[in-house]
Design a protein around this ligand. Structure first.
Ligand code: C2O
Ligand code: CU
Length: 636
């Protein structure tokens, strides 16, 4: 059984056990001993299954079971045992006619008590998850105890001193809740030295992020490429003629492509005509200087209508990237404020067909570029073809290429080592990621499909559309990037000595976001801006574990750095070194990645399902000594 299945099963059995215990108690109180006994049996069985499911989750990692093992299972087992010992035999006697009624407190209270305990387990997992703290435990136990006492009071004659005991229990619980409202330390040093602990009493001068700007000249062989992008509202026309209200760069969606040769200097003047919330440019996957990173409230203020901002960086990384606004990015990107950034390797001879194919959802349809209907492209047989697939949406898309074997030359802009031939395979492209497919144009044409829709793009040798592709691609197995290609040396690996180790446990739960309680997408139980900032020093080798305890996929994205994937679910990568800027952490998965801290600045580290980022799943990674003068309130 997969970890994801176990997580769901844990919640399901928790709900069933809760209902069964409560149902048994209620039936007993209503003097319906038969149904009460049946529900009692169901409660015992489902509680035992729940314990089994939790035990089965232990090998996946402590993060998945911590609150269960330390708190909710002991509570359930104790309450269940009490109910079994106190209520069980009595209930059997009533059913057999050897005792009077099932509505006495000795039967009803333990049964309902077990129901409260089982329910508390579900609530703790749903609302608080990992890590369960002492205050969570105290509050939970106190609330269950009070509920039991109140029930006892209701089903039996007045119990002396009950009110005082209840009040005292509640007080202890509330006291325990106190620490939950004291913010955690605002930084996480990952076990490395912290600020102020500078070696040799060396004074570290604070450096504002605005001083960390890109170079102003190209490399020796490069030239300067100047672009002006104006953000404005527009009605765009898709290929079918359908008109969509959008937020655009230069009235187009996607925005104008930014292309360069490696070593060129890219200079982009961003203007905002009428995008009211403001706009910025973030260079997704491109390790620009921190002051060019385009994060409002962190590296700059958003550009308001009438304003402008000049970005400058050297095109040192070749490959497929994209740019997008980072101000209210969930809404902004969805509405169309994005475009492609493609850098050609220095000295590469341009030959063949090179197509950049960004997929984005407009009005419910996955659109490639501006094609909301199947389209075709004429390519002469034998021509080398490169398809650059880009997912600019919040959730993954599934691509298949039929009609030809191909290789995956690059992921997230970085070339793979020794990529083997693929065919009849589906490619699950995470939100924000890019895959570069290369092949020689076959004489009979080829078909690219998105989400298994018939012929999204047809490559045709003669311009005729040819027969409609009929093959069912939905059964094609999914490509696994962690086993693809050939291993090669990397500057560090899983056995390296790491200067800092961070763990990010992703989930959903109750958290405070800017003082307001919110059912948020959380990291270690917190939501932006309350997630402690990760602190690193220049040169550190940093290890990051990302755990998904939740029920949704989280495409994780760290700005300014490329991470090397070490392992997924405890299994080391076996293929080409895998350097990514966005990796899809699916429910139940544990990813281990590493990076060298070589790009001073303050950076966003967030889920690229931008709706999740908006609901709390974002934090900062800051280099010691780098400061920001901005308010930081809407970095997501
Ligand atoms: Cu493409 Cu902070 O994101
Ligand atoms: Cu997410």
């Amino acid at each position: 059984m997969t970890v994801q299945t176990l997580i769901v099963l844990d919640l399901l059995t928790g709900v069933v056990a809760t209902m069964a215990w409560l149902g048994a108690g209620a039936s007993a109180a209503a003097r319906r001993a038969g149904p009460a006994l049946a529900l009692f049996g169901l409660a015992v069985v489902s509680s035992l299954i729940r314990v089994g499911v939790a035990l089965a989750l232990i090998p996946a990692g402590w993060w998945f079971v911590q609150e269960k093992v330390t708190l909710t299972l002991p509570l359930l087992v104790l309450a269940g045992l009490a109910a079994g010992v106190l209520a069980g035999p009595r209930l059997v006697r009533v059913v057999r006619g050897r005792a009077g009624s099932s509505s006495g407190p000795a039967i009803v209270v333990p049964l309902l008590g077990a129901g409260y305990a089982a329910g508390a387990g579900v609530v703790v997992t749903m609302l608080f998850g990992y890590p369960a703290t002492w205050s969570t435990a105290l509050v939970t136990v106190a609330l269950v105890a009070v509920a039991v006492l109140v029930t006892w009071r209701i089903v039996s004659a007045p119990v002396p001193g009950l009110r005082a005991v209840s009040a005292a229990t509640l007080a202890v619980g509330l006291l325990g809740a106190g620490p939950a409202f004291v913010p955690d330390g605002s930084t996480d040093t990952g076990g490395g030295p912290s600020e102020g602990a500078q070696a040799g009493g060396h004074v570290h001068h604070a450096q504002p992020v605005t001083a960390l700007r890109g170079p102003s000249t190209p490399a020796a062989e490069g030239t300067v490429r100047r672009f002006t992008l104006t953000a404005r509202t527009a009605t765009i026309t898709l290929s079918s003629g359908r008109r969509v209200a959008a937020w655009t760069f230069d009235g187009r969606v996607p925005g104008p492509p930014i292309t360069a040769n490696q070593g060129d200097l890219i200079e982009v003047r961003l203007r905002n005509a009428d995008i009211t919330p403001g706009v910025t440019l973030h260079w997704h996957g491109y390790d620009v200087a921190s002051g060019e990173d385009g994060v409002p409230g962190l590296t700059q203020e958003a550009v308001r209508p009438g304003g402008e901002f000049l970005y400058r960086f050297r095109a040192d990384q070749a490959g497929t990237y994209w740019y997008h606004t980072h101000e209210v990015s969930d809404r902004g990107v969805k509405m169309g404020l994005y475009g492609m950034l493609v850098v050609t390797p220095r000295g590469a001879v341009k030959e063949g067909a090179d197509l950049t194919l960004p997929v984005h959802t407009f009005a419910g349809t996955a659109v490639i570029g501006d094609h909301d209907q199947p389209f075709q492209q004429q390519v002469a047989p034998g021509t080398p073809v490169r398809l650059r697939l880009v997912n600019t949406d919040n959730t993954p898309h599934r691509f298949t290429l039929g009609g030809t074997p191909y290789r995956l030359a690059a992921i997230d802009g970085r070339d793979l080592n020794g990529p083997g031939e693929l065919g009849r395979t589906s490619l699950r492209l995470p939100a924000g990621s890019r895959y570069d497919l290369v092949f020689a144009m076959p004489a009979a044409g080829a078909v690219l499909r998105v989400d298994d829709r018939a012929g999204s793009l047809r490559l045709s040798p003669d311009g005729s559309s040819g027969p409609a592709p009929t093959e069912d691609t939905s059964t094609w197995p999914e490509f696994d990037p962690t086993t693809y290609g050939t291993p090669a040396a990397t500057p560090f690996d899983a056995r390296s000595r790491f200067d800092r180790r961070f763990t990010l446990v992703l989930d959903q739960g109750l958290a405070l976001s800017a003082g307001r309680p919110l059912y948020a997408h959380t990291v270690n139980g917190h939501a932006f801006p309350s997630i402690p900032t990760q602190i690193v020093r220049e040169g550190d080798l940093v290890h990051v574990t990302v755990v998904n305890r939740g029920r949704e996929t989280h495409p994780w994205h760290l700005h300014g750095h490329t991470v090397l994937v070490l392992a997924r679910d405890g299994r080391a990568t076996t293929g080409s070194p895998l350097w990514l800027d966005t990796f899809d952490v699916q429910p139940g998965e544990v990813w281990q990645v590493a990076f060298r801290a070589g790009n001073r600045g303050v950076w966003m580290n967030h889920c690229h399902n931008l709706a999740h980022a908006d609901q709390g799943m974002a934090l900062h990674l800051a280099y010691e000594g780098v400061t920001t003068a901005f308010h930081g309130a809407h970095g997501g």
